[in-house]
Design a protein around this ligand. Structure first.
Ligand SMILES: [Zn+2]
Length: 547
């Protein structure tokens, strides 16, 4: 018979309403044998008492319902973000505050390259903090005119490249007619490539992976380190291409004995027909393992609000910018939703603007009429601008929502001042409305768009503070208890994993976030400062300090 380990802790927050707080948890075969007092657990027979967490607080391992494993690979590129940020090894990088800062950092990295033809990729640029100035190819040419350079924006929706990069990709020419490739006065591309459709073909020439949103084996390992450092034990890879090679790699890496997280990759609808997508998702579903859960689908309806590529309803962008881009045709969306319902496949759809949300709701309503489903849990991802009426429709349609709480901190001020204006900025990422309406809700980081860290995400939803320190949308604040639910059971529900993870109770995976403080006892304003010691995942212990 396999061994039983009983962990003691200062407090164990179970998320099980029958016994919200206990002192001990028993683990056997990677699962929770029971939670309760030592006396209650001792009846299961012989056990080893492990007191290493005696002064720690345990919570269910956090579930991140919207992230991208590319965060792991991104850290090999030059960090061009505005905010300070921790890498997988725990090093904190300073943010760059101006375009010229960014060019300096790129020049510094450029000087270290020995191969004259090597590409120079940067990531996490956010011009919205820099008066939204356009980074031209000439700016990047000042770093180097001879080697290709590309800088991916924080939103993941835009890339700036230099002239050499355009040249190598065959795009340094006049007469291009593509909505994602704006042209300068000289008729040549400005170097800004809007939307994955526009930048993907250039990415590999400027130093990104062939699939810019992809991740390799070492990147996936680094991603695992970030999971441990943030208490995350189940995490999505929300837009994966998942070709045979990638799946093989992910199966191998997540199968390594010390791989610390459960990865849920969603097959991204890109570069295939709806029929091929559905066939591929069905095939993937059969390959799932304990730590790699395959078979779900991700569809993207529009772009990003701060990149002005999201689709907004009337009256559109506050600063008069033209409406954004559709990333899918209504016909394709309809075909995919219908086929997925027919085949019992699970879909998450990215909508940022409220016009995109409306389109998905309309098509979903029609698809459900043809294919009724009692428990589909189709989830709107981001869904940042939805109004109350749209939440009521989601509820009626049986949909879930995963709101972008972090976004409110990072871009809330810009939304207020620039993109959507004061009134609509207040309702963005409407957690309170979602809960009041009864829409099952998660909250997320969209790492690498913003840093992974479910406790920080919870802090964002509870406090709704923007980067400048203003509270924006008092009425949409939620309680600490609601936020902790959202980063555990709430997110697990949107992935149909709530029967396995998200709470500490008998039969569930032994997945714990090990914390130095009690998130239910600290000042809600300090929720983000609770230190993560590490995790327990499937009964295996991972200390952040030992990574
Ligand atoms: Zn995303």
């Amino acid at each position: 018979m396999s061994q039983t380990t009983i962990y003691s802790a200062r407090n164990i927050i179970t998320m099980n309403p029958n016994q919200p707080s206990v002192s001990h948890v028993a683990v056997r075969e990677g699962k929770v044998l029971g939670a309760g007092s030592l006396e209650e657990l001792a009846v299961w027979g012989d056990y080893v008492l492990d007191d290493r967490f005696a002064d720690k607080v345990l919570m269910p391992g956090f579930v991140e319902g919207h992230a991208h494993t590319m965060e792991g690979t991104m850290w090999r590129n030059v960090y061009c973000g505005f905010f300070d940020r921790m890498d997988p090894n725990g090093k904190v990088w300073d943010g760059v505050k101006t375009i010229s800062d960014m060019l300096d950092r790129l020049k510094e990295a450029e000087a270290k390259l020995t191969d004259p033809d090597a590409a120079l990729p940067g990531w996490q640029l956010d011009p919205i903090y820099m008066d939204n100035v356009l980074v031209s190819r000439a700016d990047l040419d000042s770093v180097s005119a001879t080697r290709p350079i590309g800088v991916l924006h924080a939103s993941g929706h835009i890339m700036n490249v230099n002239t050499k990069g355009l040249e190598l990709a065959g795009l340094y020419k006049t007469g291009i007619n593509h909505p994602g490739i704006p042209l300068g006065a000289d008729g040549y591309p400005t170097g800004e490539l809007r939307g994955p459709d526009a930048y993907m073909p250039v990415g590999e020439y400027v130093g990104f992976d062939r699939d810019v949103l992809g991740c390799d084996a070492d990147g996936l390992r680094d991603f695992g380190k970030l999971c441990v450092r943030t208490g995350t034990t189940t995490i999505t890879d929300l837009a994966a291409r998942l070709n045979d090679e990638a799946v093989e790699m992910m199966l191998n890496v997540t199968g390594e004995a010390d791989y610390p997280s459960r990865i849920v990759p969603l097959r991204h609808f890109m570069g295939s027909t709806p029929q091929d997508l559905i066939a591929h998702a069905k095939e993937l579903r059969g390959k799932s393992t304990e730590r790699l859960r395959l078979g779900m689908i991700k569809v993207v309806a529009d772009g990003s609000i701060q990149g002005f590529s999201a689709r907004l309803r009337w009256p559109g962008y506050h600063n008069g910018a033209q409406n954004g881009l559709w990333y899918i045709t209504p016909d394709h969306l309809s075909e995919i939703l219908n086929l997925a319902l027919e085949n019992d496949l699970h879909i998450h759809t990215h909508t940022n603007g409220d016009q995109a949300t409306e389109l998905v709701l309309d098509i979903m309503e029609e698809a459900l009429r043809a294919h009724p489903s009692a428990d589909h849990r189709y989830t709107l991802q981001h869904c940042q601008l939805a109004d109350a009426a749209q939440f009521r429709r989601m509820k009626k349609l049986g949909m879930c929502v995963n709101l972008f709480a972090n976004h409110h901190f990072y871009w809330g001020d810009e939304h207020y001042n620039l993109t959507v204006g004061p009134e609509r900025a207040l309702r963005m990422n409407a957690c309170r409305t979602a809960l009041d309406t009864g829409v099952p809700m998660a909250i997320h980081s969209d790492a690498p768009v913003t840093p992974l860290g479910p406790l920080f995400t919870a802090w964002c939803a509870v406090n709704r503070i923007t980067a400048s320190g203003r509270v924006q949308g008092e009425g949409e604040k939620i309680s600490v208890a609601d936020a902790l639910y959202a980063i555990t059971l709430g997110a697990a529900y949107t992935l149909k994993l709530d029967g396995e993870v998200g709470s500490i109770e008998v039969g569930k995976k032994a997945d714990f976030a090990v914390l130095e403080d009690d998130p239910t006892a600290v000042d809600p304003a300090a929720l983000k400062d609770v230190t993560v010691w590490g995790t327990v995942q499937g009964g295996r212990v991972f200390a952040a300090a030992d990574l």
